[in-house]
Design a protein around this ligand. Sequence first.
Ligand code: ZN
Length: 363
Amino acid sequence: MEINKNQLISETAKLGNEIHNGLSLDRVGREYSSFLAMNSIIANLTGRCLDHNLVFQNQPEMPRYIKKDYDKSMLNFYNKILREFPLYKEISSNMLKAYLDSGIEDYMLGGCIRGYSEKDAKEILLSYFSEYGHKAYQTAKRMIEEERIQMGYQYENSPSMAFHTGSVLLQTGYICMQQDKYDSSTLSFLAHELGHAIDKEVFYYPQQKKIKVYDDPFNEIPSTFFELGMLSYLQEQGIDPNGALMLQSFYLNIMYARQYHLLDTFVDIEKTGRIEMTEDFRNWFLYGMGYYVSLAMNELSRENPREYFRKFTDMACARNEANFRELLEIAGIDSESFVNGDFIKNKLNGEVIQLKKRYGYKE
Ligand SMILES: [Zn+2]
């Protein structure tokens, strides 16, 4: 898949014009980072880009405004976590204990994951998203058909293997991925980024005043939900049962590592009463807690994804107002067993049994 460059350039120019002519910083300020991200995709794909200076000529206050807005968002993010940190600490430490008891770390497996043609990859993605009903399906379909996805996207100092960027004004966006081959791992990454697209286009853009992306400690729940769901789907449909199971246990291990760092930081906060505002901590929380909640949501959704999408919607809309326990309950998760670690204990034990069976491990 490749991005339609003409479309990207004309949409970025439209965004640039809007910023150039926009009167209120508050209104156009949020589009600034979208413009920069899209312009750097243009530069990467074509070797040229639009003129930043021209765009910001009318907005001399913009850089200061952006900096202030970023600082405010970081502060909001940390305050939200601090408010409930004893609960998060309890969750992390119970999760880590269940993990070590399960012995799943013995199953860091190598092995084969299945590859696909581009046509098959698109078909699998669409039939997967159609499970969740009209809105999820339409967004994924539009991203694919309107050529908004770039595979084999190479860039230096890459912050991640894949990203989604979009704009409130355009009500849509773009996805870039480093991988250029289609396999089960790429499909789960694509499902993650398409999950961001669904989150933005279905919930965030229409109610932009209520949720701010950068403030949101739960921004990675919708994306990881669809990512883990893809791995379940590949197993259930018999498309790549072994590869997807292996990737799933890989994710569980990564999740463990993030929770480990999280707990460390929580213990630190308790000692010093202060929180170190770093991007690392932000990522540990976003992905550590995000994957963990998604794991529980995915489990609940597989029986009837279309019906579960309603709970997913309620969760996505409530995440700015609800406290963490409420949010879990809104998503249909039993908050008690999530917090005390029973949920993950059962999950990991089941996973170990499956891995032993599949790979013939003996005690
Ligand atoms: Zn993400």
